[in-house]
Design a protein around this ligand. Sequence first.
Ligand SMILES: Nc1nc2c(ncn2[C@@H]2O[C@H](COP(=O)(O)OP(=O)(O)OP(=O)(O)O)[C@@H](O)[C@H]2O)c(=O)[nH]1
Ligand SMILES: [Mg+2]
Length: 214
Amino acid sequence: MLKAKILFVGPCESGKTVLANFLTESSDITEYNPTQGVRILEFENPNVASNKGTGCEFELWDCGGDAKFESCWPALMKDAHGVVIVFNADIPSHLKEIEMWYSCFVQQQFLQDSQCLLIAHHKPGSGGDAGSLSLCQESLQILHDTHDQADKAILENNAEYIQKQMPPLNKLKLVHSNLEDEPEEIRMEFMKYLKNIISSMSESRDREEMSIIT
Ligand SMILES: Nc1nc2c(ncn2[C@@H]2O[C@H](COP(=O)(O)OP(=O)(O)OP(=O)(O)O)[C@@H](O)[C@H]2O)c(=O)[nH]1
Ligand SMILES: [Mg+2]
C-alpha cells in the first residue's frame, strides 16, 4: 500500500484548513481558528490507485501559515511527496508570499514542479470587505511608490498574469477554488493531482525494485 504525505502550506487565513476539511470530508466551515503548527488528516480515496491496482492512503498535513511556526518547517517538509500552496487570490500580498513558500517547501526540498499545486482560493465576500479594501489601498500605495508592472497586476488580482510573470512559478499548475459556486471543480483538480503524485510514486518504486534485481 502506497502512502503519500501531502502538505497544505501558504499564508495565514488563506483557506488551507477549510479546503483540507472539504477535500477530506472532515468538517464544515467554522469561524477562523488559526492552525497551531499542523493538523494531520488521514484519508483514502477509492478512485486513486497505484499502477499495480493496490490502494493508497494519504496524509494531508494542514500546516499553520504563521511565521512563528517556522522552526517546525523542517519536520513538516520531511519525506513529503507533494506540496499544495493555498493563497487568497483577493489579497495582493499573498501573491508575493507564494514565492517564499515555493522556494522553501519545493525548490529547497528538490521536489519536482509536478509535485506542487497552486490553489487560488476564493472566499465569499472577499474583496469587498473593509479588510481587503485597506489591503488594496496599501498595495495602491506600493504601486504609486514603485510603478512596478507586477504590483499593478497584483492590484488587479490577476493571479494568472502574476504567475506567468514570476518564473519559476510559471511552470506550476494553478487552479482556482470556489467552494460556494463550484465545489466539485477543486475536488476534481485535487483528485487529478493526487493521481499524478501516486503514479510518480509507483514509478519510482518500480525503478527501485528493478534496480535491486538487475
Ligand atoms: N464561507 C466560507 N468561509 C471561508 C472559506 N474559506 C475560508 N473561509 C473563512 O476564512 C477563515 C480562515 O480560513 P482557514 O482555512 O482557517 O485559514 P488557514 O489558511 O487554515 O489559516 P492558518 O491556519 O492560520 O494558516 C475560515 O475560518 C472561514 O471563516 C470558504 O470557502 N467559504
Ligand atoms: Mg489553518
